[in-house]
Design a binder for this molecule. Structure first.
Ligand code: GDP
Length: 460
């Protein structure tokens, strides 16, 4: 089991085993190089057969994990862990004496989009939790909704929303400073040890046994607390759910376009996303008769194109939402409703196909973890591996030696630390070996993600 976990472990791979990526990519390259038609067809047949092998291998692995007799234990354990941390968050956020409580101030108005601002808020919350301070959120004049956070989400506290105190200081302050003001992650110094990829050590041991990517689970729990909807938002979401007939099985597809393309991410055609959706459905033990996707985008043309090209699919999407999300109309109440809805429905899907370069998709993926025991493999990213913007260094660790075979590959030695730049989703990743300083390609399965367990306050 540990070996299997290592091979499937994110962030270097998604639901696909790396072996599948590798063989598929190598054979496809070979197929393109050769002229002989008979040979070409033989490779095509082999590729088809391979995809069936892969399908049943994945089904077996899934069945195995569900029939090993520990599933109900895993379910209880993850529920208990969630109950525990939510209780701690409530305690921290609801001090009995607000006038004398130690506080951390965070302003939501970082100059970026909703996903980025939410991640900024998560970072503030983690620092508050790590320093045992109640988080006070400043959100009046929010670029998405001038009335602030409480117009769509529940307040972060029922007892303490005031930033007042006897002593104030900028980060880091000291133990006795009552109110500390935290800057955005880009400017924070010294860097708080509590920001990602740190996971509280008193949870990490238990988490490792039930979740393949504890960091994402941990962030998901913070989001669960922060993004508790008001009654109005809740009603809006359930009305929408009914109206759209949002039902499972369903794959969430997030296509990020407009201002992102060409600046922070490359363009990916709708077909690239749908190819992965198709693959997901084909790999199910019993593929549904009706294939359904929830499609979210900041470009309404994406929805029109998908409906034209994929008439056999049931495509749940709202072009009006996409319209308000486009760069020209962003930062209004309507666009706020739209992005909350899209993230909510993406997170409820059975699998997400997106680009992890987008914070919108990463928030949905993090929230997804709060709905099942372990949803860490339920994604396909067309570009980046999962990361947390502004995170402290998070090198991967080499578990198998590697002697370079082709030009561009790097040497790996057991226990080397690798700063991973990206996954090429073909069996190889690119990164820098921190021991040798050399940058290059290496087989993705030869490194693993390690949980960075850090001592946070105990919250007895
Ligand atoms: P990133 O730029 O994609 O990494 O994410 P940000 O959240 O920082 O900024 C993107 C902003 O574009 C979001 O906050 C939304 O306002 C808007 N947006 C992007 N994609 C979507 C989408 O699928 N649906 C909606 N409603 N808005 C989106």
């Amino acid at each position: 089991t540990p070996i299997l976990c290592a091979h499937l472990a994110p962030p270097l791979c998604s639901s696909d085993p790396i072996l599948g990526f590798f063989i598929n990519s190598e054979l496809s390259l070979l197929q393109k190089k050769i002229q002989d038609e008979t040979l070409k067809n033989e490779i095509k047949d082999t590729l088809e057969e391979l995809s069936e092998y892969k399908k049943y291998l994945l089904i077996d692995i899934k069945d195995l994990s569900e029939s090993d007799g520990y599933n109900s234990w895993r379910k209880n354990e993850i529920t208990e862990l969630s109950t525990l941390v939510q209780q701690r968050f409530r305690n921290l956020q609801n001090p009995v004496d607000c006038d004398n409580a130690r506080k951390l101030i965070c302003n939501i108005n970082k100059g970026c989009g909703f996903g980025c601002q939410i991640h900024h808020l998560v970072y503030c919350f983690l620092v508050a939790y790590g320093t045992k301070r109640t988080l006070i959120l400043k959100s009046k004049g929010w670029r998405y909704q001038k009335d602030g956070w409480e117009s769509v989400f529940q307040p972060l506290s029922n007892t303490c929303l005031s930033a007042n105190g006897q002593t104030h200081s900028n980060w880091p302050g000291d133990e006795n400073t009552q109110v500390v003001i935290l800057p955005i992650v880009d400017n924070v110094f010294p860097k708080p040890i509590f920001q990602p990829p740190s996971v509280p050590s008193d949870l990490a041991e238990r988490l490792r046994k039930v979740h393949n990517y504890p960091l994402v689970w941990w962030i998901g729990q913070v989001l669960k607390y922060l993004m508790r909807p008001t009654i109005e938002t809740k009603m809006l979401l359930s009305e929408k759910e009914e109206k759209m007939k949002f039902t499972k099985p369903i794959v969430g597809v997030h296509v990020r376009r407009t201002d992102k393309v060409g600046t922070e991410a490359a363009f990916h055609d709708v077909d690239e996303y749908m190819f992965k959706v198709e693959e997901y459905f084909n790999n199910l033990k019993n593929p549904p008769e009706k294939r359904r996707i929830y499609l979210a985008s900041d470009d309404p043309k994406v929805i029109i194109t998908a409906r034209q090209r994929y008439p056999n699919y049931e495509i749940i999407a709202d072009t009006d939402i996409a319209q308000t999300a486009s760069i020209a109309r962003r930062y209004s109440n309507l666009s706020l409703q739209g992005i909350i809805m899209d993230i909510h429905f993406l997170s409820l899907c059975d699998h997400i196909v997106c680009t992890f370069s987008s914070q919108v998709c990463r928030v949905a993926y993090e929230l997804m973890q709060t709905y099942s025991i372990d949803a860490s493999n339920k994604f396909t990213s067309l570009d980046d591996i999962y990361y947390y913007g502004g995170q402290n260094p998070n090198p991967q660790i080499v578990i198998y030696n590697h002697v370079p075979r082709k030009k561009g590959e790097i040497e790996l030695k057991f226990s080397d630390k690798i700063e991973v730049y990206g996954n090429h989703w073909n069996g190889y990743s690119k990164g820098r070996n921190l021991r040798t300083g050399v940058v290059g390609l290496f087989p993705s399965y030869k490194v693993v993600n390690v949980v960075k367990a850090v001592d946070f306050p105990k919250y007895d």
